[in-house]
Design a protein around this ligand. Structure first.
Ligand SMILES: Cc1cc2nc3c(=O)[nH]c(=O)nc-3n(C[C@H](O)[C@H](O)[C@H](O)COP(=O)(O)O)c2cc1C
Length: 358
C-alpha cells in the first residue's frame, strides 16, 4: 500500500512526499505582475511540500485578468520569479509554474485589451478589476491567427519558466479559463476544426501541450465542476477522450480538481471523473479539493490517485507536511486576506516551532 509520505516521480520531477501544494492566486505581484521578495518568503516557507504548483501566472498581458497576479512574459517577471524559485530550492523544495490564459474572464480594465475566447460569449457574474467589480464583456472569437499567437505565448511562457528556475510547468486547463473554454460544449460553439465534436474541442489543448513540450509538463482540469459559466453536456465522455489524448501525448502527470460535494467552486453536475480516466491514462494523477490528511491518505492508499494537492490548508499552515506527519492541529485560515495584498495573512502564519517558541 502506498502512503502519502512515499516518494513519487511525476515525469522528471522527484517528489519526496505526495502532498502537493495546489495553485493559489494570492495577488501580491503588483500591476506589472512582477514577483518580489515577499512572494519568495511565502513560497520558501512552504518548500517542504512534495511539490509547489505556483499561483496561476499570466502567459501574456492579454491572458491575465486578475488584479496583481503575476505574469511570465517579461524579463522583469522572469527576474522576479528567480527570487521565488531560489527561495524554494534553497530550502530543498520543487516548484512548477501554472500557466494561465483567462480567455473571456479577462476584463479590459485589467489587461487594457479586448477579451478573446473560443467563441463570442460573455461570462456570467462579475470580474475583479482595479476599479471594483464589473460585468464581463463579450469576448471575441479567436481567429486562426490569434490561436497561433496564443500558442506561441504559451511556448514563450514555458521557456521563460525554465529561465526563471522553475522545475516545470502546469497548464491551467481548469476552472472555466481559456483551455476549458475550448474543451466544453457549453462555451465552444466554433464551426472550424477547433470546435464541434469532442476530438476537435481537444485540439487547442493539444496545441498548447505540444508547444510547451512534454518533458516537464502537467495539466490541471476541473472535470466535474460547473465553473465560471463553463460546463459540458457529457463530461464523462469528454474527459475519457481527454485521458486518451493525454496518453497519446505521454503527458507525465495531471491534477484533477474534483470535489465530491458542492463547494465554493460551484455546483458539481457530475460525480468525480477520475475513476473513468484512471484506466485510460497511465501517467500520474494528483487529486484535489476538500481533502484533509485522513481521506487523502485513504484515496491515495487505495490507488485512486498517486498524490493529493491541498490548497487552503497550505495558506494557513506553511509546515503542513510536518503537521500531517505528526498529527498536529492546524492554524485557521483567514479568507479576507486571500487577495488583500501585503504580508498580513500571507507570510505570518506560524509554524509549529514558531508557535511553541511564542
Ligand atoms: C485563494 C484561492 C486561490 C486559488 N487560486 C487558484 C489558482 O491560481 N489556480 C487554480 O488552478 N486554482 C486555484 N484555486 C483553487 C485551489 O487550487 C483548490 O482547487 C481549491 O482551494 C480546493 O482545494 P482545497 O479544498 O484543498 O482548498 C484557488 C483557491 C483559493 C481558495
Amino acid at each position: 500500500m502506498v502512503a502519502l509520505f512515499d516518494p513519487l516521480m511525476l515525469g522528471a520531477l522527484d517528489l519526496p512526499n505526495r502532498i502537493v501544494m495546489a495553485p493559489l492566486t494570492r495577488a501580491r505581484a503588483g500591476r506589472e505582475g512582477v514577483p518580489n521578495e515577499l512572494m519568495a518568503a511565502y513560497y520558501g516557507q512552504r518548500a517542504s511540500s512534495g511539490l509547489i504548483i505556483s499561483e496561476a501566472t499570466g502567459i501574456s498581458r492579454e491572458g491575465l485578468g486578475w488584479p496583481n497576479a503575476p505574469g511570465l512574459w517579461s524579463e522583469a517577471q522572469v527576474e522576479g520569479w528567480k527570487l521565488v524559485t531560489k527561495a524554494v530550492h534553497d530550502r530543498g523544495g520543487r516548484i512548477v509554474a501554472q500557466l494561465w490564459h483567462m480567455g473571456r474572464l479577462v476584463h479590459p480594465l485589467v489587461s487594457g485589451m479586448e477579451p478573446v475566447s473560443s467563441s463570442a460569449t460573455t461570462a456570467p457574474d462579475y470580474a475583479h478589476t482595479y476599479e471594483g467589480k464589473r460585468p464581463y464583456l463579450e469576448a471575441r472569437a479567436a481567429t486562426q491567427d490569434d490561436l497561433r499567437r496564443i500558442v506561441g505565448d504559451y511556448a514563450r511562457a514555458a521557456s521563460n519558466a525554465v529561465a526563471a528556475g522553475f522545475d516545470g510547468v502546469q497548464v491551467h486547463g481548469a476552472n472555466g479559463y481559456l483551455v476549458d473554454q475550448f474543451l466544453r460544449d457549453g462555451a465552444n460553439f466554433r464551426t472550424d476544426d477547433y470546435g464541434g465534436p469532442i476530438d476537435q474541442r481537444l485540439r487547442f489543448m493539444s496545441a498548447v501541450l505540444e508547444a510547451v513540450g512534454m518533458a516537464r509538463v502537467g495539466i490541471r482540469f476541473s472535470p466535474n465542476i460547473y465553473s465560471q459559466g463553463v460546463e459540458d453536456a457529457y463530461p464523462i465522455a469528454l474527459f475519457e477522450a481527454v485521458a486518451r489524448r493525454l496518453e497519446e501525448h505521454k503527458v507525465p502527470w495531471i491534477e484533477l480538481r474534483e470535489p465530491r460535494h458542492p463547494t465554493s467552486a460551484g455546483a458539481i453536475p457530475t460525480e468525480p471523473v477520475s475513476p473513468a480516466m484512471r484506466p485510460l491514462y497511465s501517467g500520474r494523477i494528483v487529486i484535489n479539493s476538500d481533502y484533509d490528511w485522513g481521506d487523502a491518505w485513504e484515496r491515495v492508499g487505495a490507488g485512486h490517485a498517486d498524490a493529493v494537492s491541498i490548497g487552503r490548508l497550505f495558506i494557513a499552515n506553511p509546515d503542513l507536511v510536518k503537521r500531517i506527519a505528526l498529527g498536529f492541529p492546524l492554524n485557521e485560515g483567514d479568507s479576507s486576506t486571500y487577495y488583500s495584498g501585503g504580508a498580513s495573512g500571507y507570510v505570518d502564519y506560524p509554524t509549529l516551532d514558531e508557535a511553541r517558541a511564542a
